[in-house]
Each structure stands twice: as C-alpha cells, then as structure tokens.
Design a protein around this ligand. Structure first.
Ligand code: SF4
Length: 66
C-alpha cells in the first residue's frame, strides 16, 4: 500500500490526524503531512478510514498489483 497526500487540495480539517495519528500530522498552517507514506499493516485500516473521512479528497491510496 502506498499513500499520497496532496497538500494543494488539503483544506486542513484535521480528520486524518484524528483518525490515524500514527500516519498523519499537520504542519503549522494545518496542512497534512505524511509520517508514514508506506503504512505498516497494523495501520492500514486507520488509513482507509482516513481516506473516506477526508472532506477534500486529498488522500489517496495505491495498491500493488498481484
Ligand atoms: S482530512 Fe484531508 S483535508 Fe483534512 S487535514 Fe487531512 S488531508 Fe487535509
């Protein structure tokens, strides 16, 4: 799983940080920062929840093809 966060789209709501604080942070202006671009399996469900809860669509996931 590969995670991306587009800071140009982020509106600084903080939902991702509340949902998966081990993976996301916010800078001084409130924009998303990725702490873990390649989340470990234990964090994957939190990441998926954060993607759904992001109001701007700034977070995206790509999964390797099998
Ligand atoms: S939930 Fe989305 S819009 Fe809100 S801070 Fe995180 S990336 Fe930005």
């Amino acid at each position: 799983m590969r995670l991306r966060a587009d800071r140009d789209i982020c509106i600084g709501s903080g939902n991702c940080v509340l949902t998966a604080p081990e993976v996301f942070d916010q800078d001084d202006e409130g924009f998303v920062e990725l702490l873990e671009p390649d989340p470990i399996p234990a964090h994957e469900q939190g990441v998926r929840n954060a993607v759904v809860r992001c109001p701007s669509g700034a977070i995206s996931l790509s999964e390797p093809r099998e």
